[in-house]
Design a binder for this molecule. Structure first.
Ligand SMILES: [Fe+2]
Ligand SMILES: [Fe+2]
Length: 310
């Protein structure tokens, strides 16, 4: 079982909320995850001191593999010359030397792709063909039981309940390619509100049997929350294993002074539970979930004969 803490959009600078940052730090130490994903927008204005603060914060988290990716706020918006000539200077110095890279942990291969496009699409981002090729190479030959995860700041699939969340150009091309690679899940940020769902909810694609789980984290430590998370902070905790991916969305509440779980999402890996014989082989966890569902279906049928027809 892998436990993963997913935070995003820390936005060090004026919007950063130190009290909530401290709550994230304590939460992370209580959780003791196997790995941490921080999906971009570490700073508000890509200033060096903001990156230094973000790095100091990351260094206080549990020292486990931490997967990062830059966000549109991590490249200078107003310093035009720097944006054109050396946009990742401070990001590379303080957060990560590499922008696109692969991390392997027991049970998962995680590909981090830089979706920022400082010279073309500053806000909406972009994923290039060579980055898709990089992911394909990383996932090539990975054993079936190992989870395949992509991390990028910008979203490939807009939340179905929020109009106006423009996706990256050519997002569908990327989703089709990731589907062919049997990617289990994409983690991102940028929206400043959580969205946990399935790529098939918004884009049917070519293969309706393999949806990709989408887990967007809200802003974990800034005052820039949007839509239903306006002025709110959130993070996600993921547990992967036994053929099941469980994602719990936590929000910060002032009266609790802590992050509190607000919803839980359970996905069968590969879109459905295995058939019963396979489930037995996969161990107790998935079998019990599967059997619980079977019992529920049977109980419902017994209570209401004939129900479910039509
Ligand atoms: Fe952001
Ligand atoms: Fe962003």
């Amino acid at each position: 079982m892998i436990s993963l803490l997913h935070v995003s959009d820390l936005h060090f600078g004026p919007p950063y909320h130190p009290e909530v940052g401290e709550a994230v730090r304590k939460f992370a130490h209580r959780l003791r995850p196997d790995c941490i994903v921080a999906s971009g927008d570490f700073t508000q204005r890509a200033r060096e001191e903001q990156f230094a603060e973000a790095r100091a914060f990351l260094d206080t988290l549990p020292q486990v593999p931490t997967i990062v990716t830059p966000g549109n706020h991590d490249v200078p918006l107003y310093r035009g010359l720097e944006r054109l000539t050396d946009p990742y200077r401070y990001y590379r110095k303080h957060i990560s030397k590499t922008l696109d890279y692969v991390t392997e942990i027991p049970g998962a291969v995680i590909v981090s792709l830089n979706s920022t496009a400082p010279r073309q699409a500053i806000t909406n981002g972009r994923i290039h063909r060579w980055q898709i090729d990089l992911a394909r190479e990383a996932f090539h030959g990975v054993p079936d039981e190992v989870h395949r995860i992509v991390v990028a700041h910008h979203h490939f699939a807009p939340p179905p309940d929020w109009e106006g969340a423009d996706v990256m150009p050519k997002a569908k091309r990327a989703l089709d390619a990731f589907t062919a690679m049997r990617v289990d899940m994409i983690l991102g940020g940028h929206l400043h509100r959580a969205y946990i769902g399935n790529s098939l909810d918004v884009y049917a694609g070519a293969d309706r049997e393999h949806g990709i789980i989408i887990a967007q984290s809200g802003t974990s430590t800034s005052r820039r929350g949007r839509a239903r998370e306006r002025e709110k902070n959130s993070l996600n905790v993921l547990r992967l294993g036994g053929g099941v991916i469980r994602i719990t969305h936590y929000m910060y509440f002032d009266d609790a002074g802590d992050f509190v779980p607000t919803s839980r999402h359970l996905f069968f890996r590969r879109g459905r539970p295995p058939l019963l014989d396979d489930a037995k082989e996969m161990g107790h966890g998935i079998e019990s979930i599967f059997m619980d569902d079977r019992r529920e279906v049977r109980a419902a049928g017994a209570a209401a004969p004939g129900a479910g027809e039509g």
